[in-house]
Ligand binder design. Sequence first.
Ligand SMILES: Nc1nc2c(ncn2[C@@H]2O[C@H](COP(=O)(O)OP(=O)(O)O[C@H]3O[C@H](CO)[C@@H](O)[C@H](O)[C@@H]3O)[C@@H](O)[C@H]2O)c(=O)[nH]1
Ligand SMILES: [Mg+2]
Length: 193
Amino acid sequence: MSIADRVRIKDVQTLAKGRYELKRATFDYRRANGEWQTQLRDMFERGSGAALLPYNLTQRTVVLVRQFRFPAFANGYDDLLIEVAAGLLDDAEPEARIRAEAEEEIGYRLIHVRKVFEAFTSPGAVTEKLHCFVAEYDAAMRVGDGGGLADEGEDIEVLELSIDEALAMIADGRIVDAKTIMLLQYAALHLFK
Ligand SMILES: Nc1nc2c(ncn2[C@@H]2O[C@H](COP(=O)(O)OP(=O)(O)O[C@H]3O[C@H](CO)[C@@H](O)[C@H](O)[C@@H]3O)[C@@H](O)[C@H]2O)c(=O)[nH]1
Ligand SMILES: [Mg+2]
């Protein structure tokens, strides 16, 4: 079933264009009772992204990153954010992008990566869809220190943690990033038995 016949886009304006774009859409939407209603919605277009949780079942560990996130800081989070490795697609295929991102951010050249779900991260406001992957890793796949691209402003610390510690960090608030919580809970449900 398509909902395209319930939506008539009238206008999409760019309100601001920096590195990414803030747009305002005006459209008619056919409500459940059949009445058409004109609506106006602002949206942030940042492209879509890919995220990855590397896991090692023998060691019962995962690899995460820690970095400064200004929007989280601006909303009162007074620490570096602990996340899974992730990056914007920039028109690449999600799997190719996440493999490259794994090398850049955590220094692992992974063999098999597996997509486990897709998720809209903030669908009322942001167009972004995240392609979420998991991959087995071991020390032999380490090809560098990771850390990200310094000339892009990235300053990324690599963390190898036990899955139990990572789950405890969700419970006590040390991990507050949504994609990271989703992937760790996926790992707890489906990977680490
Ligand atoms: N100059 C400039 N640089 C920016 C700006 N916003 C981001 N950057 C830089 O652009 C680069 C993007 O790095 P990626 O690794 O490709 O993206 P990401 O920021 O890690 O994005 C991932 O996490 C986001 C937050 O959870 C996700 O929104 C996104 O989909 C992706 O998963 C980073 O170096 C970041 O500092 C900006 O407004 N101006
Ligand atoms: Mg990143």
